[in-house]
Design a protein around this ligand. Sequence first.
Ligand SMILES: Cc1ncc(COP(=O)(O)O)c(C=O)c1O
Length: 365
Amino acid sequence: MKNTDLCRKTILDLIPYVPGKPIEEVKRELGIDDIIKLASNENPLGPSPKALAAMKDALDNIALYPEGSCHDLRNELAKFLGVGTDNLIFGCGADEIIHFLGIAFLEDGDEIIQGYPSFMQYKAASTLMGCKTHLVPLNDKWEHDIDAMLEKVNDKTKLFFVTNPNNPTGTLLDSSVIEKVLKALPERCILVLDEAYFEFADDPGYTKSIEWVKEDKNVFVMRTFSKVYALAGIRVGYGIASKRIIDLIERVRGPFNVNSVAQVGAVASLRDPEQLRRSREQIARSKAYIYKALEEMGIEYTPTQANFIWINVKKNCREVFRDLMKLGVIVRTGDIFGHPTYLRVTFGTDEQNERFIKSLKEVLK
Ligand SMILES: Cc1ncc(COP(=O)(O)O)c(C=O)c1O
Protein backbone atom coordinates (compact mmCIF):
# COMPACT_ATOMS: atom_id res chain seq x y z
CA MET A 1 0.00 0.00 0.00
CA LYS A 2 1.25 3.49 -0.81
CA ASN A 3 1.13 6.20 1.84
CA THR A 4 -1.13 8.19 -0.47
CA ASP A 5 -3.68 5.35 -0.42
CA LEU A 6 -4.42 6.52 3.12
CA CYS A 7 -6.03 9.77 2.08
CA ARG A 8 -8.84 11.25 0.07
CA LYS A 9 -7.53 11.33 -3.50
CA THR A 10 -8.44 14.94 -4.18
CA ILE A 11 -6.03 16.24 -1.53
CA LEU A 12 -3.09 15.01 -3.58
CA ASP A 13 -3.84 17.86 -5.98
CA LEU A 14 -3.64 20.44 -3.20
CA ILE A 15 -0.49 22.42 -2.47
CA PRO A 16 -0.14 23.63 1.12
CA TYR A 17 -0.66 27.41 1.34
CA VAL A 18 2.54 29.46 1.23
CA PRO A 19 2.02 32.63 3.31
CA GLY A 20 3.91 35.95 3.09
CA LYS A 21 7.38 35.53 4.56
CA PRO A 22 7.23 36.00 8.35
CA ILE A 23 9.51 38.60 9.97
CA GLU A 24 11.03 36.03 12.33
CA GLU A 25 12.07 33.83 9.40
CA VAL A 26 13.84 36.72 7.66
CA LYS A 27 15.57 37.62 10.94
CA ARG A 28 16.87 34.07 11.23
CA GLU A 29 17.93 33.84 7.58
CA LEU A 30 19.58 37.23 7.16
CA GLY A 31 20.60 38.05 10.72
CA ILE A 32 19.00 41.51 10.55
CA ASP A 33 16.66 42.91 13.16
CA ASP A 34 15.01 45.94 11.65
CA ILE A 35 12.44 44.42 9.33
CA ILE A 36 9.07 45.60 8.04
CA LYS A 37 6.50 43.26 6.53
CA LEU A 38 4.37 44.67 3.73
CA ALA A 39 3.42 41.25 2.41
CA SER A 40 0.13 40.04 3.86
CA ASN A 41 -2.21 43.04 3.69
CA GLU A 42 -2.26 43.49 7.44
CA ASN A 43 -3.11 46.79 9.11
CA PRO A 44 0.07 48.51 10.35
CA LEU A 45 -1.86 50.59 12.89
CA GLY A 46 -2.82 47.50 14.86
CA PRO A 47 -6.20 46.81 16.48
CA SER A 48 -8.42 49.21 18.37
CA PRO A 49 -6.95 49.76 21.88
CA LYS A 50 -10.45 49.00 23.18
CA ALA A 51 -10.40 45.63 21.41
CA LEU A 52 -6.97 44.87 22.86
CA ALA A 53 -8.15 45.69 26.39
CA ALA A 54 -11.30 43.58 25.97
CA MET A 55 -9.29 40.63 24.65
CA LYS A 56 -6.87 40.82 27.58
CA ASP A 57 -9.84 40.68 29.97
CA ALA A 58 -11.30 37.77 28.04
CA LEU A 59 -8.21 35.69 28.81
CA ASP A 60 -9.59 35.20 32.33
CA ASN A 61 -12.29 32.95 30.85
CA ILE A 62 -10.37 30.78 28.42
CA ALA A 63 -10.81 27.67 30.54
CA LEU A 64 -14.37 27.63 29.24
CA TYR A 65 -15.55 26.85 25.71
CA PRO A 66 -16.67 29.87 23.71
CA GLU A 67 -20.29 30.42 22.80
CA GLY A 68 -20.54 28.43 19.59
CA SER A 69 -23.26 30.71 18.23
CA CYS A 70 -21.08 33.84 18.69
CA HIS A 71 -24.14 35.32 20.43
CA ASP A 72 -22.85 38.78 21.35
CA LEU A 73 -20.86 39.22 18.17
CA ARG A 74 -23.85 38.09 16.11
CA ASN A 75 -26.09 40.68 17.75
CA GLU A 76 -23.54 43.47 17.52
CA LEU A 77 -22.72 42.78 13.87
CA ALA A 78 -26.40 42.39 12.88
CA LYS A 79 -27.06 45.83 14.35
CA PHE A 80 -23.93 47.27 12.71
CA LEU A 81 -24.86 45.95 9.25
CA GLY A 82 -28.62 46.32 9.55
CA VAL A 83 -29.29 42.62 8.85
CA GLY A 84 -30.97 39.88 10.86
CA THR A 85 -28.97 37.79 13.33
CA ASP A 86 -29.86 34.76 11.21
CA ASN A 87 -28.21 36.30 8.15
CA LEU A 88 -24.73 35.74 9.60
CA ILE A 89 -22.20 32.93 9.91
CA PHE A 90 -18.79 33.21 11.61
CA GLY A 91 -15.53 31.49 10.84
CA CYS A 92 -11.96 31.13 12.03
CA GLY A 93 -11.07 33.79 9.47
CA ALA A 94 -12.78 34.18 6.10
CA ASP A 95 -10.51 31.32 5.05
CA GLU A 96 -12.58 28.89 7.07
CA ILE A 97 -15.75 30.24 5.53
CA ILE A 98 -14.39 29.56 2.05
CA HIS A 99 -13.73 26.01 3.19
CA PHE A 100 -17.33 25.75 4.48
CA LEU A 101 -18.65 26.96 1.12
CA GLY A 102 -16.79 24.15 -0.61
CA ILE A 103 -18.02 21.46 1.75
CA ALA A 104 -21.58 22.73 1.89
CA PHE A 105 -22.21 23.40 -1.80
CA LEU A 106 -19.82 21.37 -3.96
CA GLU A 107 -20.04 17.78 -5.03
CA ASP A 108 -17.64 15.72 -7.08
CA GLY A 109 -17.79 16.95 -10.69
CA ASP A 110 -19.27 20.37 -9.93
CA GLU A 111 -17.52 23.50 -11.15
CA ILE A 112 -16.60 26.92 -9.79
CA ILE A 113 -15.54 30.09 -11.57
CA GLN A 114 -13.08 32.69 -10.29
CA GLY A 115 -10.84 35.42 -11.64
CA TYR A 116 -7.09 35.08 -12.09
CA PRO A 117 -4.98 36.44 -10.54
CA SER A 118 -7.16 36.47 -7.49
CA PHE A 119 -7.50 34.74 -4.13
CA MET A 120 -6.58 31.08 -4.59
CA GLN A 121 -8.31 29.56 -1.57
CA TYR A 122 -11.50 29.24 -3.64
CA LYS A 123 -9.67 26.89 -5.97
CA ALA A 124 -8.33 24.97 -2.97
CA ALA A 125 -11.87 24.42 -1.65
CA SER A 126 -13.01 23.32 -5.09
CA THR A 127 -10.09 20.93 -5.63
CA LEU A 128 -10.67 19.39 -2.20
CA MET A 129 -14.24 18.58 -3.20
CA GLY A 130 -13.17 17.01 -6.51
CA CYS A 131 -14.40 19.94 -8.59
CA LYS A 132 -13.10 21.85 -11.57
CA THR A 133 -12.07 25.50 -11.17
CA HIS A 134 -12.26 27.84 -14.14
CA LEU A 135 -9.54 30.46 -13.64
CA VAL A 136 -10.62 33.32 -15.88
CA PRO A 137 -7.90 35.92 -16.61
CA LEU A 138 -8.60 39.49 -15.48
CA ASN A 139 -9.12 42.08 -18.21
CA ASP A 140 -6.50 44.63 -19.28
CA LYS A 141 -7.51 46.92 -16.39
CA TRP A 142 -6.79 44.08 -13.95
CA GLU A 143 -10.52 43.76 -13.19
CA HIS A 144 -12.62 40.60 -13.23
CA ASP A 145 -13.64 39.97 -16.84
CA ILE A 146 -17.28 39.33 -16.08
CA ASP A 147 -18.33 38.50 -19.65
CA ALA A 148 -15.55 35.93 -20.00
CA MET A 149 -16.45 34.50 -16.59
CA LEU A 150 -20.13 34.25 -17.48
CA GLU A 151 -19.20 32.37 -20.66
CA LYS A 152 -17.83 29.59 -18.45
CA VAL A 153 -21.16 29.08 -16.67
CA ASN A 154 -22.74 25.71 -17.44
CA ASP A 155 -25.09 23.28 -15.73
CA LYS A 156 -22.35 22.16 -13.35
CA THR A 157 -21.47 25.64 -12.05
CA LYS A 158 -22.25 25.96 -8.34
CA LEU A 159 -20.14 28.86 -7.07
CA PHE A 160 -19.11 32.04 -8.89
CA PHE A 161 -16.48 34.04 -6.98
CA VAL A 162 -15.88 37.76 -7.31
CA THR A 163 -13.16 39.23 -5.09
CA ASN A 164 -14.21 42.83 -4.60
CA PRO A 165 -11.79 44.62 -4.21
CA ASN A 166 -9.62 42.01 -5.85
CA ASN A 167 -6.49 40.59 -4.26
CA PRO A 168 -3.73 41.12 -5.59
CA THR A 169 -4.77 43.94 -7.93
CA GLY A 170 -6.93 46.14 -5.64
CA THR A 171 -9.49 46.66 -8.42
CA LEU A 172 -13.20 46.96 -7.79
CA LEU A 173 -16.30 46.11 -9.77
CA ASP A 174 -19.18 48.53 -9.79
CA SER A 175 -22.53 47.40 -8.39
CA SER A 176 -24.10 47.66 -11.84
CA VAL A 177 -21.67 45.00 -13.11
CA ILE A 178 -22.39 42.70 -10.17
CA GLU A 179 -26.11 43.14 -10.79
CA LYS A 180 -25.54 41.85 -14.31
CA VAL A 181 -23.90 38.72 -12.84
CA LEU A 182 -26.80 38.21 -10.44
CA LYS A 183 -29.27 38.38 -13.31
CA ALA A 184 -27.26 36.03 -15.51
CA LEU A 185 -26.49 33.26 -13.03
CA PRO A 186 -28.73 30.20 -12.96
CA GLU A 187 -30.74 29.49 -9.81
CA ARG A 188 -28.49 26.67 -8.64
CA CYS A 189 -25.39 28.89 -8.57
CA ILE A 190 -24.39 31.17 -5.70
CA LEU A 191 -22.51 34.41 -6.30
CA VAL A 192 -19.82 34.73 -3.63
CA LEU A 193 -18.64 38.29 -3.10
CA ASP A 194 -15.39 38.25 -1.19
CA GLU A 195 -15.29 41.68 0.41
CA ALA A 196 -12.30 41.14 2.71
CA TYR A 197 -11.07 44.67 1.86
CA PHE A 198 -14.39 46.44 1.48
CA GLU A 199 -13.84 48.91 4.35
CA PHE A 200 -10.88 50.43 2.49
CA ALA A 201 -12.79 51.15 -0.73
CA ASP A 202 -13.86 54.72 -1.39
CA ASP A 203 -15.34 54.29 -4.86
CA PRO A 204 -18.89 55.70 -4.82
CA GLY A 205 -20.12 52.93 -7.16
CA TYR A 206 -19.26 50.35 -4.56
CA THR A 207 -21.21 47.25 -3.84
CA LYS A 208 -24.76 47.10 -2.59
CA SER A 209 -24.20 43.56 -1.47
CA ILE A 210 -26.17 43.81 1.78
CA GLU A 211 -29.22 44.99 -0.18
CA TRP A 212 -29.00 41.90 -2.39
CA VAL A 213 -28.91 39.72 0.72
CA LYS A 214 -32.04 41.47 1.99
CA GLU A 215 -33.71 40.85 -1.37
CA ASP A 216 -33.03 37.13 -0.85
CA LYS A 217 -30.77 36.87 -3.90
CA ASN A 218 -28.42 33.89 -4.31
CA VAL A 219 -25.54 35.86 -2.94
CA PHE A 220 -23.04 35.16 -0.18
CA VAL A 221 -20.97 38.09 1.08
CA MET A 222 -17.75 37.39 2.92
CA ARG A 223 -15.83 39.81 5.15
CA THR A 224 -13.19 39.67 7.85
CA PHE A 225 -11.86 41.26 11.00
CA SER A 226 -8.30 40.57 9.78
CA LYS A 227 -7.83 43.66 7.67
CA VAL A 228 -9.29 47.01 8.72
CA TYR A 229 -9.79 45.78 12.29
CA ALA A 230 -6.23 44.37 12.44
CA LEU A 231 -7.21 41.11 14.13
CA ALA A 232 -5.53 38.78 11.61
CA GLY A 233 -3.74 36.87 14.36
CA ILE A 234 -6.85 35.99 16.29
CA ARG A 235 -8.81 34.74 13.25
CA VAL A 236 -12.38 35.85 12.79
CA GLY A 237 -14.29 36.33 9.59
CA TYR A 238 -17.97 36.23 8.64
CA GLY A 239 -20.47 35.62 5.90
CA ILE A 240 -23.72 37.46 5.21
CA ALA A 241 -26.49 35.77 3.25
CA SER A 242 -30.16 34.99 3.29
CA LYS A 243 -31.24 32.67 6.11
CA ARG A 244 -31.90 29.77 3.74
CA ILE A 245 -28.25 29.85 2.58
CA ILE A 246 -26.83 30.36 6.09
CA ASP A 247 -28.88 27.41 7.40
CA LEU A 248 -27.18 25.12 4.88
CA ILE A 249 -23.66 26.25 5.75
CA GLU A 250 -24.29 26.06 9.51
CA ARG A 251 -24.51 22.27 9.10
CA VAL A 252 -20.79 22.04 8.29
CA ARG A 253 -19.50 24.52 10.87
CA GLY A 254 -17.55 23.02 13.77
CA PRO A 255 -19.03 23.51 17.25
CA PHE A 256 -16.66 26.16 18.68
CA ASN A 257 -14.88 27.42 15.57
CA VAL A 258 -14.45 31.04 16.69
CA ASN A 259 -12.53 31.36 19.94
CA SER A 260 -13.82 33.43 22.84
CA VAL A 261 -11.02 36.01 22.73
CA ALA A 262 -11.66 36.63 19.04
CA GLN A 263 -15.40 37.06 19.64
CA VAL A 264 -14.80 39.67 22.32
CA GLY A 265 -12.17 41.46 20.22
CA ALA A 266 -14.50 41.64 17.24
CA VAL A 267 -17.37 43.08 19.30
CA ALA A 268 -15.13 45.76 20.82
CA SER A 269 -13.75 46.60 17.35
CA LEU A 270 -17.24 47.22 15.99
CA ARG A 271 -17.96 49.52 18.92
CA ASP A 272 -14.90 51.66 18.21
CA PRO A 273 -15.56 53.80 15.11
CA GLU A 274 -12.15 55.39 15.59
CA GLN A 275 -10.53 52.18 14.28
CA LEU A 276 -12.26 52.54 10.91
CA ARG A 277 -11.62 56.27 10.74
CA ARG A 278 -7.91 56.17 11.48
CA SER A 279 -7.32 53.15 9.22
CA ARG A 280 -9.10 54.77 6.28
CA GLU A 281 -7.22 57.97 6.85
CA GLN A 282 -3.92 56.07 6.85
CA ILE A 283 -4.86 54.37 3.57
CA ALA A 284 -5.75 57.69 1.93
CA ARG A 285 -2.38 59.12 3.01
CA SER A 286 -0.52 55.99 1.88
CA LYS A 287 -2.17 56.07 -1.52
CA ALA A 288 -1.34 59.72 -2.09
CA TYR A 289 2.29 59.24 -1.09
CA ILE A 290 2.92 55.94 -2.89
CA TYR A 291 1.14 56.93 -6.12
CA LYS A 292 3.21 60.10 -6.32
CA ALA A 293 6.49 58.34 -5.51
CA LEU A 294 5.84 55.57 -8.07
CA GLU A 295 4.94 58.13 -10.71
CA GLU A 296 8.17 60.00 -10.06
CA MET A 297 10.07 56.73 -10.43
CA GLY A 298 8.18 55.85 -13.63
CA ILE A 299 6.80 52.64 -12.13
CA GLU A 300 3.52 51.33 -13.46
CA TYR A 301 0.86 50.70 -10.82
CA THR A 302 -2.80 49.79 -10.66
CA PRO A 303 -4.95 52.33 -8.76
CA THR A 304 -6.20 50.46 -5.72
CA GLN A 305 -9.35 50.29 -3.63
CA ALA A 306 -7.66 48.16 -0.99
CA ASN A 307 -4.76 48.45 1.47
CA PHE A 308 -2.15 47.20 -0.99
CA ILE A 309 -0.88 48.05 -4.45
CA TRP A 310 -0.01 45.99 -7.52
CA ILE A 311 3.09 47.34 -9.26
CA ASN A 312 5.12 46.35 -12.29
CA VAL A 313 8.85 46.62 -11.58
CA LYS A 314 9.64 45.26 -15.07
CA LYS A 315 12.36 43.07 -13.61
CA ASN A 316 12.42 39.57 -12.22
CA CYS A 317 10.23 40.01 -9.13
CA ARG A 318 12.08 37.29 -7.19
CA GLU A 319 15.33 39.23 -7.50
CA VAL A 320 13.71 42.50 -6.50
CA PHE A 321 12.01 40.71 -3.59
CA ARG A 322 15.32 39.25 -2.44
CA ASP A 323 17.13 42.59 -2.66
CA LEU A 324 14.34 44.38 -0.80
CA MET A 325 14.46 41.70 1.87
CA LYS A 326 18.17 42.30 2.38
CA LEU A 327 17.21 45.90 3.18
CA GLY A 328 14.64 44.60 5.68
CA VAL A 329 11.51 45.09 3.56
CA ILE A 330 9.29 42.05 2.91
CA VAL A 331 6.79 42.27 0.02
CA ARG A 332 4.89 39.67 -2.01
CA THR A 333 6.06 38.53 -5.43
CA GLY A 334 3.75 38.52 -8.43
CA ASP A 335 5.04 35.20 -9.80
CA ILE A 336 2.81 33.34 -7.34
CA PHE A 337 -0.09 35.06 -9.11
CA GLY A 338 1.34 34.28 -12.55
CA HIS A 339 3.00 37.69 -13.14
CA PRO A 340 6.77 37.45 -12.66
CA THR A 341 7.59 41.17 -12.96
CA TYR A 342 4.98 42.35 -10.46
CA LEU A 343 4.97 42.95 -6.72
CA ARG A 344 2.05 43.31 -4.34
CA VAL A 345 2.93 45.73 -1.60
CA THR A 346 0.81 46.35 1.49
CA PHE A 347 0.52 49.95 2.63
CA GLY A 348 2.30 50.59 5.91
CA THR A 349 2.64 53.49 8.31
CA ASP A 350 4.06 56.71 6.83
CA GLU A 351 7.50 55.71 7.99
CA GLN A 352 7.20 52.20 6.53
CA ASN A 353 5.93 53.56 3.21
CA GLU A 354 8.89 55.92 3.02
CA ARG A 355 11.27 53.10 3.82
CA PHE A 356 9.71 50.93 1.12
CA ILE A 357 10.08 53.65 -1.52
CA LYS A 358 13.65 54.44 -0.47
CA SER A 359 14.56 50.73 -0.58
CA LEU A 360 12.84 50.20 -3.93
CA LYS A 361 14.80 53.12 -5.40
CA GLU A 362 18.01 51.59 -4.16
CA VAL A 363 17.16 48.12 -5.47
CA LEU A 364 16.08 49.32 -8.92
CA LYS A 365 18.91 51.79 -9.50
C1 LIG B 1 -9.51 38.23 -0.75
C2 LIG B 1 -9.30 37.57 0.55
N1 LIG B 1 -10.25 36.80 1.06
C3 LIG B 1 -10.11 36.19 2.23
C4 LIG B 1 -8.96 36.31 2.97
C5 LIG B 1 -8.83 35.57 4.25
O1 LIG B 1 -8.95 36.40 5.34
P1 LIG B 1 -8.97 35.85 6.81
O2 LIG B 1 -7.77 36.41 7.49
O3 LIG B 1 -10.25 36.38 7.40
O4 LIG B 1 -8.97 34.35 6.76
C6 LIG B 1 -7.92 37.10 2.49
C7 LIG B 1 -6.66 37.24 3.25
O5 LIG B 1 -5.69 37.75 2.84
C8 LIG B 1 -8.09 37.74 1.25
O6 LIG B 1 -7.12 38.49 0.71
